[in-house]
Design a protein around this ligand. Structure first.
Ligand SMILES: *[C@@H]1O[C@H](CO)[C@@H](O)[C@H](O)[C@H]1NC(C)=O
Ligand SMILES: *[C@@H]1O[C@H](CO)[C@@H](O)[C@H](O)[C@H]1NC(C)=O
Ligand SMILES: *[C@@H]1O[C@H](CO)[C@@H](O)[C@H](O)[C@H]1NC(C)=O
Ligand SMILES: *[C@@H]1O[C@H](CO)[C@@H](O)[C@H](O)[C@H]1NC(C)=O
Length: 447
């Protein structure tokens, strides 16, 4: 090769590699689940689906999914939902499928709540979360599946939750309200580029799952809608939530692992949970852990979180009777504006399933690192209440600035009890339970 040409190739190589290293700076969760382009496509309209907003498509969805399950075509099958409004009752998905919502496609839940199928309670909860006994099946449901994708061009899954919220308000619910999407005992799940709207209860609930990616989703519900959590990874491992906007009536993301004696007995932790580049708003928490953490929660990393109008920016919550543990939690780079509380770590939050819980089952909370947090218009910087017989330890706050709202009835910036740890460059200056140091870095805590 002539020398000038060689230089040219070297230059091209160099430019390309610098491009790659640039692109590589944005870390994503795309490596967690292998992506499959489906070999086959069917449309909901091939199975009698009608997108006129009135026809009930439950049978069409069931038959389309059943066809995918029965044919078991190599490479899997994509179920296409064209533009239109497809009213439907709850239906199951199957393995090796993609549910694809075109731009302008809406899968809309029917409001005949009384005809919704009931499913058994989760073993780690022992009963429905809000009512004893069974619970209503989620609108889109999967149990024991692998390789499922819900995606498209930002179509909408609309839970029409109003009827359910009103039953909650009037206390006429017979069983626990349905989630919008729930996967149980499943792995390799991707949920991306979909808009979730007005869920009756929690929006996206992976439970006993592994390798779950939620990205580029928008989750919307009114701020006064009860319990409309955004994404709740529950007794699941390797879950990644990124590049999403969530504005609901409850926690935007909440990591859970079962409830009191049932969760302790089931013993399935949530491990390796990543939350990244999430923006949102809620009267409750931005990033939450708990309060149901009886199976344990370990290795959570939340970073680049932007909250505008939030109850509590970061909320780690548990209770006596929960047992379990919350360990190695890292929260980095949070911006919050207009918050009631910046950071809350508490051992007295949440109700109990029944009177049979063990009051001596005390949770262990250990290794909480919170770094690079900016807040403006934050009414109280932090509230940390451990348990007298199980103090929360290895808490490290570093580079925190939570600008308060001043006024006559202002509460103390920080209130702490039964906690210990270190604080570097924290403003306003933190409670005496945390040892303040002018500089240093948080130890790399891992259990
Ligand atoms: C899904 O696909 C995988 C890999 O192709 C295959 O091993 C598995 O049996 C399929 N599962 C179902 C239920 O079709
Ligand atoms: C969903 O699948 C389960 C089996 O996993 C089955 O028992 C149930 O009847 C199905 N429900 C609906 C509404 O199709
Ligand atoms: C869908 O929404 C995501 C998240 O808001 C956005 O990044 C993406 O560009 C949208 N895609 C289309 C096709 O509109
Ligand atoms: C969690 O991640 C670590 C490090 O990547 C890995 O070694 C471990 O197997 C993961 N845990 C689970 C339960 O998948």
């Amino acid at each position: 090769m002539p020398l000038p040409l060689l230089f040219f190739f070297l230059l091209v190589l160099l430019l390309n590699s610098s491009n790659y290293s640039c692109a590589a700076k944005v870390v994503t969760c795309s490596y967690i689940v292998p992506f499959h382009r489906r070999a086959h496509t069917i449309s909901i309209t091939d199975y009698g689906g009608v997108g006129d907003g009135r026809y009930i498509n439950t049978k069409a969805f069931k038959e389309a999914v059943y066809a995918i399950q029965r044919l078991r075509r190599a490479g899997g099958t994509l179920l296409y939902v064209p533009p239109g409004v497809y009213l439907t009752g709850p239906f199951n998905l199957t393995s090796n499928m993609t549910l694809y919502l075109a731009a302008g496609a809406v899968i809309k839940a029917t409001q005949d709540s009384l005809n919704w199928p009931l499913i058994p309670p989760l073993p780690s909860y022992g009963r429905g979360r809000e009512r004893p006994g069974g619970r209503y099946m989620s609108l889109i449901h999967g149990d024991g599946l692998q390789d499922v994708v819900i995606t498209g061009k930002n179509g909408t899954i609309d839970g029409q939750g109003g009827v359910w919220w009103n039953m909650w308000r009037r206390r006429t619910l017979k069983f626990t309200r349905p989630n919008l999407v729930e996967f149980l005992n499943s792995r390799n799940i991707i949920i991306s580029n979909v808009i979730f709207k007005n869920s009756p209860f929690w929006n996206i609930h992976p439970v006993y799952c592994s390798n779950v990616v939620v990205r580029f989703v928008t989750i919307l519900a009114p701020h006064d809608s009860p319990n409309t959590d955004g994404v709740d990874p529950d007794s699941s491992s390797n879950v990644c939530i990124e590049d999403s906007y969530i504005s609901t009536g409850d926690d935007l993301v909440s990591v859970k692992s079962g409830w009191d004696e049932y969760g302790i007995a089931y013993g399935r932790p949530s491990v390796n949970i990543t939350v990244r580049r999430v923006t949102g708003s809620s009267p409750f928490a931005g990033i939450a852990i708990g309060s149901e953490t009886s199976g344990g929660v370990e290795n959570v990393r939340a970073e680049h979180i932007n909250l505008y109008g939030i109850g509590i920016g970061i909320h780690i919550k548990t209770n006596a009777g929960r047992g379990g543990y919350i360990k190695n939690i890292k929260v980095f780079d949070v911006y919050m504006e207009d918050a009631r509380k910046g950071i809350k770590i508490s051992g007295n939050v949440g109700d109990h399933p029944d009177g049979k819980y063990n009051r001596d089952a005390l949770p262990v909370v250990k290794g909480i690192t919170i770094k690079h947090v900016r807040g403006v218009k934050v009414q109280q910087a932090g509230l940390m209440q451990g348990l007298r017989n199980s103090p929360f330890t290895y808490i490290c706050l570093s580079d925190i600035n939570l600008g308060g709202v001043t006024g006559p009835s202002r509460t103390p910036s920080w209130q702490c009890s039964d906690v210990s740890g270190i604080a570097y460059q924290v403003s306003p200056s933190p409670c005496s339970q945390l040892i303040s140091r002018p500089s240093g870095s948080c130890p790399n805590y891992s259990s």
